[in-house]
Design a protein. Structure first.
Length: 193
């Protein structure tokens, strides 16, 4: 499948294809000619995607600006998966069967152990902002840790022990040191696209 996708998107790094597009192509086929692909490809055409330039960088994610829709999606995922809220604007078909939440938790466990994404998240630059095109669950796990880190930083050591008596000193130290920088892919559209 990689070769077939690469014919249509020769500018895509193999890693982006295998992590993002290939799993969907194996499920629903390639080329992307149905409505589901429109959502997967962030509403963009193959012609648009042929014009993007990809770069893999270590990025401080706290410095990334998100589009309003991307920010809302992140907040909705956090509300659904972490707080258990229902009726959020974001479409969580996976939530009903719990597979999305399970995926988020598995990624969170990996990130707690390694301090980094299991695979880079892929962003699309949109004007001055960014949107996540692949890796919403990975980003959510990072976002969750950063929220927890901020809560921990604002607490005294004794307050932390009282609020979280089952957390080991090592886990608390790891959480306090959880990195803002992560390896990511960024797609920049062609000028005028």
């Amino acid at each position: 499948m990689l070769g077939l996708i690469k014919k249509d998107l020769p500018n895509f790094p193999n890693e982006v294809i295998t992590d993002w597009l290939e799993p969907y192509a194996n499920q629903i086929g390639w080329p992307p000619n149905n409505a589901r692909w429109l959502g997967i490809l962030a509403g963009k055409s193959l012609a648009f995607w042929r014009g993007v330039t990809w770069k893999k960088v270590r990025q401080n994610l706290e410095q990334i600006l998100f589009t309003p829709d991307a920010r809302q999606g992140i907040e909705d995922m956090y509300s659904a998966y972490v707080k258990g809220s229902r009726g959020v604007r974001y479409d969580f078909r996976e939530l009903a069967e719990e597979s999305g939440k399970k995926r988020f938790l598995n990624i969170a466990i990996y990130m707690a152990q390694h301090g980094e994404f299991p695979k880079p998240v892929a962003f699309l630059k949109v004007g001055e902002g960014h949107q996540i095109v692949d890796g919403n669950h990975r980003f959510l796990a990072w976002y969750y840790f950063k929220i927890m880190q901020k809560k921990f930083v604002d607490m005294s050591d004794s307050d932390r022990r009282q609020a979280f008596p089952n957390l080991s000193d090592r886990l608390i130290d790891d959480l306090l040191a959880f990195p803002s920088e992560q390896l990511v892919w960024i797609a920049e559209p062609a000028i005028g696209a």
